[in-house]
Ligand binder design. Structure first.
Ligand SMILES: C[S@@+](CC[C@H](N)C(=O)[O-])C[C@H]1O[C@@H](n2cnc3c(N)ncnc32)[C@H](O)[C@@H]1O
Length: 349
């Protein structure tokens, strides 16, 4: 295993574009015969994520952005003949690790330094970040498990695009995944027991004063730019009354929420996503996107960002399908106008 060295080629992603019906991703690894290194590994997705994030724009940068970013993963029958059996006992856990492929990266990324959004342009080493732009485009998300239904798991706190291929799912196990400094205690076991006892009924850690001392440390730049860089989110009266029209039971399918459970959740989800300022650094620095658009569940949200007072205001919330229809109608109008101009010119000739 020590010699295991792999080079990821992007034949996989190209294959998918050429043969989308194939639905698998091939990672090829070169083998130097004399060294007996791994030549190739093929991952077949165990399923695909279903979320409301159709575009990277306003997809949370981490699951912690909002507990309301729900979604599901259906285990594929291409891997197991009885996929539901693979999920047995999983509901006994509160959280799961999701290992997935950044399938929309589009091109290989081999830069050693990257600029995380919270650092305002400063660059740090790639492996100190959770950037999606890495040589092997593998993502890792800790999500809360809402329920297991047959061959499907329902999760909250997702930062995955809709259709993301899932490579694996593993349970979050406190005694394995919450690091403890064994050397600091007389007995490793008693330390693990004490860590377990500092979880509440949902598996969340209680306030830091009650957690035993550990050797966990994070650099300052991770916490810097945390809460102080979040924005105040306000809603106009119009936007608030527009949100009230959306619900999972709405008669008109355009107003029917698929992931959020009430208009109150819809408002909170919009607030959570905007508070973290989802705009890209590039656009922010260029002064673009003062007016910003994003999709939350079935809602198309128009927002105004005020750079000076670090505030954003939600101006309008309309059904995403209605917004699409508006764009199509505009395109058709433009097309008709152009056609009319050409016809006029031809008449002159
Ligand atoms: C910063 S990454 C973090 C992902 C994961 N929590 C991790 O740490 O590996 C999250 C971002 O990846 C992007 N993303 C999510 N799913 C993707 C996919 N399937 N392909 C490409 N980019 C994706 C979205 O822009 C999202 O905001």
């Amino acid at each position: 295993m020590k010699n295991l060295k792999f080079h990821c080629f992007y034949n996989s992603i190209n294959l998918l574009h050429i043969f989308p019906q194939k639905k698998y991703y091939r990672f090829q690894f070169r083998m130097a015969d004399e060294e007996k290194k791994f030549e190739s590994v093929v991952f077949k997705p165990i399923g695909y994520a279903s979320t409301w994030f159709k575009f990277k724009n306003a997809t949370p940068r981490q699951p912690s952005v909002s507990a309301l970013t729900r979604g599901s993963i259906k285990i594929s029958t291409e891997v197991f003949s009885q996929p539901q059996h693979s999920l047995k006992n999983l509901a006994e856990f509160s959280h799961v690790w999701i290992i997935f492929l950044f399938h929309k990266n589009g091109r290989p990324f081999t830069k050693t330094m990257v600029a995380p959004p919270r650092l305002g342009g400063a660059r740090v080493g790639l492996f100190s970040t959770r950037s999606p732009h890495r040589p092997n485009p593998i993502g890792l998300t800790l999500a809360k498990l809402e329920k297991v239904e047959g061959d499907t798991i329902h999760l909250c706190g997702l930062d995955l695009l809709d259709g993301t291929p899932i490579i694996d799912i593993k349970p979050y196990i406190t005694s394995y995944d919450y690091p403890q400094d064994m050397k600091e205690t007389d007995s490793a076991e008693s330390h693990l027991d004490s860590a377990e006892s500092h979880l509440d009924s949902t598996g969340s850690h209680l306030d830091s004063s009650s957690v035993p001392p550990t050797m966990i440390s994070n650099p300052e730049w991770i916490t810097l730019g945390g809460s102080e860089k979040t924005l105040n989110v306000a809603f106009t009266q119009d936007a608030l009354s527009q949100i009230r029209q959306f619900s999972p039971e709405a008669e008109d399918p355009a107003y029917r929420l698929s992931f959020l459970k009430s208009p109150e959740e819809a408002q909170k989800a919009i607030e959570d996503i905007l508070r973290e300022d989802p705009r890209s650094i590039y656009r922010k620095m260029k002064g673009q996107d003062l007016l910003y658009f994003c999709v939350v569940d079935c809602m198309h949200v128009t927002t105004w960002f005020d750079e000076v007072i670090k505030k954003c205001e939600v101006l309008r919330v309309m059904p995403y399908s209605a917004r699409q229809a508006m764009i199509e109608a505009n395109k058709k109008q433009q097309w008709d106008n152009n056609l009319a101009k050409i016809e006029d010119k031809m008449k002159v000739m």
